[in-house]
Structure formats: structure tokens, C-alpha cells
Design a protein around this ligand. Structure first.
Ligand code: NDP
Length: 255
């Protein structure tokens, strides 16, 4: 095995990716499979397309259905992973939603829904996975999807609920990293800038035109450009990295 395979590879590892029916999650699940992992996908709709892509590459993938806000769904998914694979090494807590609405127009139910999926959902998945990792003596890696919106305020669209949820993810990550360090479980977050996925590609052109001058690299990122950071956080390469927020944003947050 080469140094790169040994350090960044995921051969023999089992990975769970939430929200992998499309977008960043689909690309991440495919990347983890290419690095040698057996991949489980959890989303509300069955991620058949993602499984087909991975199988066509000769990889192993299984689609599980469930909502990350439901403890029952998440427990059932983790149970199925252990029943099938007997282990879980990496969790990419990627599922998320965004509502563009000014704070006076948005309902409190909208605010609660975004916090529920983006913040509480990540806690539900991380906690259920970590409990099992600890019980099996697995020194796992949990990667929480944050966003540059966790540290800056995007303009011109208003999305206070999303920004608050992602700021919460960054500090939840630090908190869990310290709390679970004694068990050898590492917890980090990833903070992308604007990435071309269904979540952002359907965005009106005038909004995207307003974003471009604010991005020093003057373009949106591609989901594939998050893979190196994800592989770093998932693999032994990041053995001494925990509680970190890895920013991949075309330098947006520098301004
Ligand atoms: P998409 O809307 O393309 O995909 C979101 C995924 O999450 C889908 O697979 C969806 O599947 C799943 N999902 C949504 N709600 C739930 C739920 N309650 N339970 C389980 N799965 C759910 O989003 P992106 O790929 O663009 O974004 C993925 C993550 O990256 C999000 O957390 C987002 O906040 C973050 N991010 C995105 C950026 C971007 O510019 N695109 C920038 C920074 C961060 P289904 O509907 O079948 O459940």
C-alpha cells in the first residue's frame, strides 16, 4: 500500500453519509467509495441514483431511508449498518436545508424547521453513531456539515435561520470534539462557500450575479472540490485534528 493510500485511504472502513440522494452528499458518498469505503446513505427519499453510481464504479453502497430529525429513523439506520457491516468508522452529517426569507416574513415554524434539520439533526446522528462507536471500541471520525454562513452573514438574501444553524454546528462540533476525545472519537466540521448543487443552482441568476464580486476566486465551487478536505477529515491523515472547522470557500470569509 502506498503512503497516500495508507494515510488518506478508507479501505476496510464503513462510512455513513446523510443527505446523499443528490448534491454534495452524492459526490461525497462516491468519493468515499472510490477511497475504498463501504458507504451507507441516509436520506428521506431512497438514494437509488447514488447507489447506482457507486456500484458502476465497482464500489459498495446501500441506501437507507429516514429523516435525520427522527431519533427512531436514525437509530434504525445505525442498527442496520451494524447488522450488515458490524462497524461504522466515519459519519458525514451532510443533510441540510435552507430558507431564504427575511426575518419578519419567516414564520417561527420555518426557523424551528431549519434548526431542527441542520443542528438538532446533526446532533441526533452524531450521538447515535458515537454511542455505537464507543460500545464497539471504534475510534471514529464525525464530520459535521457547517457552512461559511456559520461565520459570515450572506448578502443580499436573508437567511438568519440557516446562518444561526450553521454557527451552532461549528460550536456543537467543538463541544463534541472535547466531550468525546477520551473515547478517541474525532469531530470536525466542514464550511464550504457557495457550491454548485441543486440547493444553489436553482437560485435566481440575479442573486448569483450579486454573489460573484464577493467571492475572491469569482466562481462557485464544485462539489468535487470538497472531496480532498472530506477525505482528509475522514481518514487517518487527520488523526491529530479534532474540533476544527475546515473552510473551503474561494476566500469568501477573508473579506
Ligand atoms: P441539496 O438540497 O442538494 O441536498 C440536500 C440533501 O439533504 C438531500 O439529499 C436531501 O434528501 C437531504 N435531506 C434534507 N432534509 C433531510 C432530512 N430531514 N433527513 C434526511 N435527509 C435530508 O443540498 P446541498 O448538497 O447543496 O447541501 C448539502 C449540505 O451542504 C447542507 O447541509 C448545506 O447546508 C451544506 N452547504 C451547502 C452549500 C451550497 O452552496 N450548496 C454551501 C455550504 C454548505 P431528501 O430530500 O431525499 O431527504
Amino acid at each position: 500500500m502506498s503512503y497516500l493510500e495508507e494515510t488518506f485511504g478508507l479501505s476496510g472502513k464503513t462510512v455513513l453519509v446523510t443527505g446523499a440522494s443528490r448534491g454534495i452528499g452524492q459526490t461525497a458518498a462516491t468519493g468515499f467509495a472510490k477511497a475504498g469505503a463501504e458507504v451507507y446513505i441516509l436520506s428521506r427519499s431512497k438514494a437509488a441514483e447514488t447507489v447506482c453510481i457507486i456500484e458502476a464504479l465497482g464500489g459498495k453502497a446501500y441506501a437507507l431511508t429516514g429523516d435525520v430529525t427522527s431519533e427512531t429513523d436514525v437509530e434504525a439506520a445505525i442498527q442496520e449498518i451494524f447488522d450488515r457491516s458490524g462497524r461504522l468508522d466515519v459519519v458525514f452529517n451532510n443533510a441540510g436545508i435552507c430558507i431564504h426569507e427575511d426575518t419578519f416574513s419567516a414564520s417561527i415554524d420555518d426557523f424551528r424547521r431549519v434548526l431542527d434539520v441542520n443542528l438538532t439533526g446533526e446532533l441526533i446522528v452524531a450521538r447515535a453513531a458515537a454511542k455505537r462507536m464507543i460500545a464497539h471500541g471504534i475510534h471514529g471520525s464525525i464530520i459535521n456539515m457547517a457552512s461559511m454562513s456559520g461565520t459570515i452573514v450572506n448578502i443580499p438574501q436573508w437567511q438568519a435561520s440557516y446562518n444561526a444553524s450553521k454557527a451552532g454546528v461549528i460550536h456543537l462540533t467543538r463541544s463534541l470534539a472535547v466531550e468525546w476525545a477520551p473515547y478517541g472519537i474525532r469531530v470536525n466540521s466542514l464550511s464550504p462557500g457557495y457550491i454548485a448543487t441543486p440547493m444553489s443552482v436553482d437560485t435566481p441568476q440575479e442573486l448569483k450575479d450579486a454573489w460573484m464580486p464577493l467571492i475572491p476566486l469569482h466562481r462557485m465551487g464544485e462539489p468535487e472540490e470538497l472531496l480532498p478536505a472530506l477525505l482528509y477529515l475522514a481518514s487517518p491523515a487527520s488523526g491529530y485534528t479534532s474540533g476544527s472547522d475546515v473552510i473551503v470557500d474561494g476566500a469568501y470569509t477573508c473579506l
